[in-house]
Design a protein around this ligand. Structure first.
Ligand SMILES: [Mn+2]
Length: 315
């Protein structure tokens, strides 16, 4: 059931203690939407905790409130907000026996919630949060605006992704007027751990496979390589987008072995090539968007590639 922002605000009003959670390996949109709501609910006098069990990437450490994110939370809350997680499998918090509200711009799959706004017409979950605050006439101060702009900036790939609508840019304008520092955000989120990253990328790039017939390019990074260079899947972010730039490519896949036998896959597709990579990701037990999707699997890299090729042939 789609719920109105006004009804959701009533649920917030009647709660005293609120928990905010999102997906593992959080990105700018997950962190930005959780922190923006935390600031907003605290202004309403609610005790609000943000839960995140994953390591927070260094380049989001500039976000206001980031040090208040918790790994240990209380046993009980009155209300849970699940944000930007796409699929119940990815929601970090266990769903307690209390009302749940979901804000998400991923396709509707199995997101929890007596009340939810799950709408792919929004660029990001941060844009949904903005709309929620706006319709309820809740204050958007500089801190909140900074969190929201970070999520919009990263989820629109710096306003280059086709999800960047005129409405999105209007919201961006509003957030700038409220003091969100766009240049600072752009600077921080594009910072990379160059040393580790350049080594793991060069190893990945030396091991590229291209299927010209299908316009498909992929690389596999073994656990041994990851371990030797002390790299994590975070160090590989951006690589799948780079692979897409190879001539003749429609979509790319970066497969990394996070732990022995356990693969993490990250797909990217080019907007104008009519490929929906969430279709492949779903078949492999994951999910995501048309141009950006991911999965985790215990299949081998050969089996993964075979699955994708079979899906293309049978389509
Ligand atoms: Mn998002």
């Amino acid at each position: 059931m789609e719920s109105s922002f006004l009804d959701i605000k009533k649920a917030v009003d009647s709660a005293q203690k609120i928990l905010l959670a999102s997906h593992d390996q959080p990105d700018g949109d997950a962190l930005g939407s959780m922190l923006a709501l935390k600031f907003s609910f605290e202004k309403l006098g609610k005790k609000t905790d943000v839960y995140c069990n994953s390591t927070i990437p260094e380049n989001y450490r500039f976000l206001p409130g980031i040090d208040q994110i918790k790994k240990n939370i209380d046993p009980k809350y009155d209300l849970l907000f699940g944000l930007d997680y796409g699929d119940m499998k990815r929601l970090e918090a266990e769903v307690p026996d209390v009302p749940v509200i979901t804000f998400d711009h991923h396709p509707l799959i199995n997101q929890a919630g007596q009340m939810k706004v799950v709408d792919t017409n929004f660029s990001s979950t941060c844009e949904i949060v903005y709309q929620f605050l706006k319709e309820n006439e809740l204050e958007i101060d500089k801190e909140i605006a900074t969190c929201l702009l970070t999520g919009i900036f990263t989820d629109t790939w710096s306003f280059r992704h086709p999800n960047t609508t005129a409405k999105t840019l209007k919201v961006v304008g509003e957030l700038l007027l409220r003091g969100a520092p766009l240049r600072k955000i752009a600077g921080f989120v594009s910072q990379q751990k160059i040393d580790i990253k350049s080594k793991i990328w060069s190893r990945a790039l030396a091991n590229i496979h291209q299927n010209r017939k299908f316009g498909f390019i992929f690389c596999f990074i073994s656990f041994q390589d990851m371990q030797e260079l002390e790299a994590t899947t975070n160090d590989l972010s951006g690589l799948a987008s780079l692979l897409c730039m190879a001539p003749g490519t429609k979509f790319s896949l970066v497969l990394s072995e996070e732990s022995p036998g356990k693969l993490d896959g990250s797909f990217r597709a080019l907007p104008d090539k009519e490929i929906d990579v969430s279709y492949f990701a779903k078949a492999l037990g994951g999910g995501g968007h048309k141009l950006s999707a991911g999965f985790k699997t215990e299949k081998t890299s050969k089996e993964v590639i075979k699955t994708i090729e079979q899906l293309i042939v049978s389509d």
